[in-house]
Design a protein around this ligand. Sequence first.
Ligand code: ADP
Ligand code: MG
Length: 678
Amino acid sequence: MLDQSVQQVKGVGERLASYLNDLSIYTIRDLLFYFPFRYDEFEVKPLTELVHKETATLEGKVATQPSLAYYGKKKSRLTFTMQVGEFAVKVVMFNRAFLKKSLEMDDTVTVTGKWDMHRLQLTATHLKKGEAKSDAPIQPVYSVSEHVKLSTLKKVMREAIEEFGDHVDEVLPESYLDMYKLPQRHRAMRDMHFPESRILLKHARRRFTYEELLLFQLRMQLLRKRYKEATEGNALHYDNGVLTEFVASLPFSLTEAQKRSLAEILKDMKQPHRMNRLLQGDVGSGKTVVAAISMYGAVTAGKQAALMVPTEILAEQHASSLQQLFGGRLNVRLLTGSVKGNRRREIIEEIETGTIDILIGTHALIQEDVRFSKLGFVVIDEQHRFGVEQRRTLRDKGMKPDVLFMTATPIPRTLAITAFGDMDVSSIDEMPSGRKEVETYWVKGKMTERVLGFIRKQVQQGGQAYVICPLIEESDKLDIQNAVELYEQLREVYEPEVTVGLMHGRLSNEEKEGIMTEFAENRTQILVSTTVVEVGVDVPNASVMVIYDADRFGLSQLHQLRGRVGRGERQSYCILLAEPKGDTGKERMRIMTETTDGFKLSEEDLKIRGPGDFFGRKQSGLPEFKVADMVHDYRALETARKDAAEIIDSGWLEEKEEFRSLRNMLRHDLENIGEVLD
Ligand code: ADP
Ligand code: MG
């Protein structure tokens, strides 16, 4: 019934139907579920509470004779002054010439329209004689087009609801509606369009929010289940004894969060399906160690493992720290673009023969002529820089290893559930004990001198400092010039007692490596750099991070940069030099000084930036909801997730009558989604 053409609605002809098609309204169902994007409320408010350029309703007395001006063909403008309390408000109304006759001085009128605060003017769309009704209806506002007027759409909508509204079937099980006190679907649909009160509207929204999120979760979880079932035969039988002994040999004991995450990963490995897991945790929370133990596990199961990182510097650091960690137990090798000639050939051969246990490198490692003999486990670091593409590459090479993604940019829980609904997520939300929290300060530009003095003092006490200059957008060249200038300045300030180094993206890999080594060995004490040091670089002796024009960076980037210090014994400091113009810049600085918890920070970042921006536009892959809002409906999302798991695990979806509509709806959706997961 509802799948019939929208033309079946009274008053919708061929022409209007085609204009509705442009709004993606094809069927009656499409129309009924074309919800308003906001509502106008004809509630009279005091002038002082009105918002410039928004819709407002005022009640007052006609204070001047309305004057009428004609222009163009049949166009007119009616103007009069209305006394509202002590204010004289100018009312302008277009094309309502007929009203002139009915308006008299001192008449009480209620007028609704767009408010101009500066001119004390209301450009009215509605005028009613008499006082405002206290129960004035809430009016839906739809997004419309040039050809479809709002009033037309409202009329058509009323018609459609009247005629077909009762055919809107329930999809949620009664028991869930009862449990959450949600209105029936047809009732809620009506209230979304023409709510009789704020309360009814609220419940209608609550209902559709839950419905959207539950369906979304069911879809995700079913896909995940299907994906797992489709990839049988991947059980890695690691040697528990060896791992236990290895963990005991570490110079520290694992945190509870590390243990929990490790257990989750190992459990996945044992299962006969492919792991697809995200390991998230702040910089320094100990993700790499957890990944290393897991890789070791894969090796004890007779497999090879690979660790893929975004930059060569990082690859080198990981290689040397893992070689140290495993201390000769395993054959750990590095393969990057800089490894060439004989050495490269040798490594490639060892990969093919299976002599190499763990291979570390940039993405070149899975893309080139590298053929593993028995790749069973892949760790992908800083996954927000990789992702889907790499997974595809792996698949195209015919390899189906377990995959563990790692990120030090904790993703707000809401987004982790939605964007990565197809992944399992482990979170290391606890720092190893004894870590000193990095003290963060936000200072203005005029304090620069004191900041430089502070760096000197830290260096005299044996510490080291990073000084970050901001990225100049769109211009690599200016960016570097900027860094060079700052470098020259600081050399003048500090040399010869203190040595200053310079690092930026234009240097060759060898140069970069050389500079990092000098810094790591404390041969340079201050490193001026662009954001190339952002990811993963580890110099425990560095205790100061100074960021110029810090307001030009996003929160997660600032957090990453801050993570470069506080990695050793020293009390560390992060100094943000910034004079933000806007509120969001100030807000970011404030948040940075208030928390070092990456999870909290990312939630705040999400609030400031909104979900669309969080991952960068295209990349996001975030689902679009009509009613639900991922930032604010977090609790509903959690509930929906839990409910979806219950519905799937219990088998109700398949068996119970109550779930039939839901089942049909999902079947339809799943067929359309196809193989999005791999
Ligand atoms: P991440 O990869 O999350 O940034 P790492 O695994 O590199 O963190 O760990 C950061 C540092 O902390 C390393 O030097 C590591 O050896 C050390 N570390 C890791 N786990 C612990 C722990 N449980 N206790 C003490 N130190 C730890
Ligand atoms: Mg790391």
